[in-house]
Write a protein that binds this ligand. Structure first.
Ligand SMILES: Nc1nc2c(ncn2[C@@H]2O[C@H](COP(=O)(O)OP(=O)(O)OP(=O)(O)O)[C@@H](O)[C@H]2O)c(=O)[nH]1
Ligand SMILES: [Mg+2]
Length: 263
């Protein structure tokens, strides 16, 4: 049956395909998390509960969308790489962006009480999202290097800043001026000499961010177990998403996981 006389309005909905054969990177960023972190009493400079909450929401998203081959999170943001051949939602831009952003955001709210059992949500957290297409492996690797270098720069600055305030007794404006014009090595030196902090020993989660990859479960080497049937089943099961806090700038990470960039 022909549509109603109103159905022509559908023609105003234009196709919005993402170029085929390109890598999609989706980046989500907490909206006004400066305020959100204050209102919910996040620890400074890093709140482990908040970081683990975002890691969990990212794992939920990767469990739901097998086309995502890599996730990287820091602060209030997460980036996801979709394999080049992804045909998710026929590569419709708005459909992918809105559905994945919404899924991640809903997961953050859904999981909130697991990580903040004593802190009721004061208002719904929201995230902005964007998709950027990259033509080749070089740009994808440089994108993730950019985000991890940013993690390092921000965390070194924030660690020094909050040490000056929390342990050094400086006001926030004093701490700003103490750090003004300092280089990375000056901040390392300041942390070590004034506060006894060896920055290289700071939790890798804070220095390197969270790296989410798919990893096939290791088979037990015990001769009695598992049975051949159990082994076959485990081999057939999809790889689990694991959370690492490792370097993704150097070659080693990518060389040992060729599947991330090959699909
Ligand atoms: N205390 C604390 N704050 C955090 C933590 N993670 C993120 N934040 C806050 O979140 C902000 C994230 O930076 P931005 O994304 O640039 O700032 P924003 O306020 O979210 O602003 P828009 O993203 O532009 O909406 C940081 O500046 C912090 O204020 C954390 O672990 N602890
Ligand atoms: Mg933000």
């Amino acid at each position: 049956m022909a549509g109603s006389k109103f159905a022509y309005v559908r023609n105003f909905e234009l196709p919005d395909p993402l170029l085929p054969g390109t890598f999609m990177v989706l980046r989500l960023d907490g909206h006004s998390f400066h305020r959100f972190s204050d209102v919910h009493g996040f620890a400074k400079p890093n709140d482990v509960r908040a970081l683990k909450l975002l890691d969990h929401a990212a794992t939920d998203l990767m469990d739901q969308y097998p086309d995502i081959v890599l996730g990287f999170g820091e602060s209030d943001e997460f980036s996801f790489l979709l394999k080049k051949s992804a045909s998710l939602y026929n590569r419709r831009h708005a459909k992918i962006l809105s559905t994945l952003t919404s899924h991640f955001t809903a997961s953050v709210t859904f999981r909130w009480s697991t990580y903040f059992p004593d802190t009721p949500l004061q208002y719904p957290p929201t995230f902005d999202g964007r998709i950027v297409l990259y033509p080749g492996i070089k740009e994808v690797r440089d994108y993730f290097s950019w985000r991890q270098a940013d993690t390092h720069i921000n965390n070194l600055h924030n660690t020094a800043f909050w040490a000056l305030v929390q342990q050094g007794g400086e006001s926030t404006s004093q701490a700003h001026s103490t750090l003004k014009g300092t280089q990375s090595k000056d901040k390392h030196e300041l942390l070590f000499t004034r506060f006894g902090v060896n920055y290289n020993a700071v939790d890798e989660r804070f220095r390197k961010g969270s790296v989410l990859v798919r990893q096939q479960e290791q088979q037990g080497s015990h001769p009695d177990s598992p049975s051949p049937e159990a082994k076959a089943k485990a081999n057939a099961s999809k790889p689990a998403v694991v959370i690492l806090h490792c370097d993704i700038i150097k070659d080693e990470f990518w060389d040992s996981r060729p599947e991330i960039l090959s699909g």
